[in-house]
Design a protein around this ligand. Structure first.
Ligand SMILES: [Zn+2]
Length: 71
């Protein structure tokens, strides 16, 4: 599992699937005890679409996978 930074308010740093540069994204963090979500966010550097699948447990992003958003 890739290491990622989660400061608790939904802002985390991910590594772009396409250019491998790190950039910050703001993901929805629900007050629900557990939920799964998927978002497509364009890279801040190369503008390619990164598909971000993640899980939230008690306001903390617990699991995150970055894949190709063009699929
Ligand atoms: Zn990129």
């Amino acid at each position: 599992m890739e290491h990622f930074i989660n400061n608790g308010d939904g802002f985390i740093q991910i590594t772009c699937y396409f250019c491998f540069e790190p950039f910050e994204v703001n993901l929805e963090v629900s007050s629900e005890s557990f939920f799964k979500n998927s978002e497509i966010i364009d890279c801040a550097i190369c503008c390619n679409p990164n598909k971000i699948d993640y899980e939230v447990e008690e306001n903390c992003i617990s699991n995150l996978l970055v894949t190709n958003g063009n699929d």
